[in-house]
Design a protein around this ligand. Structure first.
Ligand code: UDX
Length: 458
């Protein structure tokens, strides 16, 4: 490891698993190259620092000094995600400014701040005030970002708000997306979503560079498009979690041991792994259709049902009595897994996913075919690319998701040779490995990124 201690990078993740995971993976990459890393994290969703012994964690208090965190109040829990992110940004804007100033005042040379793009311009003034350069981490894919950036234009061209009669129409401005693939979500604050898009782009363009968890070969057209418009350097160095410095020995909790033991008893490529990420939630009716569809498919399955995943219902309460016993050893329902390990297990034959960007990359890296049921924003775009561009999955639209359709799709993925999907998965897995290997595009971009960051304080 090159000796660069005394060079500190300050990171400011968005406090959600799908954003914290890639930020931590990036932190490991920087640490491995000799930087020290301090993570400024909101008191909301503060992670257990014991899991990340390489880094210094500091808590950013919320703005309601002496009172309750506005984000944990009943008003906030009933908000949709767009409104919640607006509240999050408001709550932590000023505390972040103060925490950054305090951190910079500690003496160690600060190379730069790396902040999640969703904090947007919140971080810009704060970094300027203390004279620290700001890099941006974008945790979604390039293609979905291009589509997100186009939202204001698409609204002006009347694609938005989405009309049911146009769902299958091609959006010529962002092919191959159809109207139904546009990265929007149900919200009471539709204008706020456009503002987020505009602000994110301006925040990235006014930064000293953008770090992307993707790789060149996967999203070459979108990369060319963004590079031609961007005024700042772009570093597509992903998939972060597969860089050699990120392959860590893990300690398992009891539930994870039980899951691994169960997987160890299954036939190779026989298990359908089902998880809809860390944020999406569904109606009880949908939950029951998934449960029956899985059971009726007669395929072994491992299903992550997060507490809070089913609206208004406590964990598995909605299942008919005897359902779990009836499944027996054929299926396993858990609250959380180590997804990286599960996807890498030889028993896993398919991943039924909401197509979050981390899940998408993790599945690509293990060569696992995907069944795509996107729930909101970038997930729709990712699903279209998985199915139609990379050809490594099939679509199972949420609106068409009854038990019969689920059974049919699951059986077809697991039994037929499947339109060459498995071969394509292996091909993309290999391409990802090449990008990460010596001389591969992600490795080269990483070297450039390290040089770029080091040039800030010269
Ligand atoms: C959302 C967006 O959809 C995503 O595109 C964006 O970049 C981040 O916010 P999320 O719903 O959390 O993400 O999904 P995803 O991006 O797939 O991230 C989930 C993470 O949680 C993955 O890294 C996955 O490995 C991990 N996970 C999930 C587990 O470790 N265990 C589980 O049981 C479920």
């Amino acid at each position: 490891m090159e000796e660069r201690r005394g060079r500190k990078i300050i990171m400011f993740p968005l406090p959600f698993v799908g954003h914290l995971n890639p930020m931590i993976q990036l932190a490991r990459i920087f640490h491995h190259r000799g930087f020290s890393v301090t993570i400024l994290h909101t008191s909301f969703n503060f992670p257990d620092p014991c899991h990340y012994p390489l880094f210094t964690f500091r808590t950013i208090p919320h703005s309601n000094a002496g009172g309750e965190d506005p984000l944990t109040q009943p008003d906030a829990s009933s908000m949709d995600l767009v409104a919640f992110i607006r509240l999050l940004r408001q709550t932590y804007a000023e505390p972040f400014r103060q925490s950054l100033a305090a951190e910079v005042g500690r003496g160690e040379t600060v190379c730069c701040l790396v902040s999640d793009a969703v904090w947007m311009r919140n971080t810009e003034v704060a970094a300027e005030e203390v004279g620290v350069r700001r890099m941006v981490l974008i945790t979604q894919g390039l293609a979905s970002f291009c589509a997100f950036a186009a939202l204001p234009l698409l609204r002006d061209k009347n694609y938005l708000p989405i009309q049911v009669s146009r769902l299958d129409e091609l959006v010529t401005e962002v092919p191959p997306l159809k109207v139904k693939d546009l990265p929007v979500m149900e919200t009471n604050e539709p204008e706020e979503l456009y503002l987020v898009a505009i602000d994110m782009i301006e925040g990235a363009n006014s930064s000293s560079g953008v770090i992307w968890n993707t790789f060149e070969d996967l999203e070459r057209l979108s990369l060319t498009d963004i590079s031609s418009k961007s005024q700042v350097p772009i570093f597509p160095i992903g998939p972060f979690h597969k860089h050699s410095d990120n392959v860590l020995p893990t300690t398992k909790n009891i539930e994870e041991h039980v899951t691994t033991n169960w997987l160890n008893k299954q036939e190779p490529q026989s298990v359908i792994y089902v998880s809809f990420g860390s944020l999406a939630d569904i109606e009880e009716k949908e939950f029951l259709e998934i449960a029956w569809g899985l059971r009726n498919s007669e395929q072994p399955f491992l299903w992550v049902v997060r507490p809070g995943f089913i609206r208004g219902t406590e964990w598995l309460k909605a299942l008919p009595s005897g359902f779990v016993e009836n499944i027996g050893q054929k299926g396993k329902i858990v609250k959380w897994v180590n997804q990286l390990e599960v996807l890498a297990h030889s028993a896993v034959g398919a991943f039924w996913t909401h197509c979050g960007w981390n899940s998408t990359l993790e599945s690509i890296c293990e060569g696992v075919p995907m069944i795509c049921t996107p729930c909101f924003t970038d997930q729709f775009v990712n699903a279209r690319y998985i199915v139609d561009v990379w050809r490594i999955g099939i679509e199972l639209e949420r609106t068409k998701m009854d038990r019969k359709e689920i059974e049919k799709v699951l059986r077809s993925v697991m039994t037929k040779e499947g339109d060459g999907i498995r071969e394509m998965c292996l091909k993309w897995k290999e391409i990802a490995n090449v990008c990460l290997g010596k001389g591969g595009s992600s490795s080269k971009h990483l070297e450039k990124l390290v040089d770029h960051v080091l040039s800030f304080d010269s």
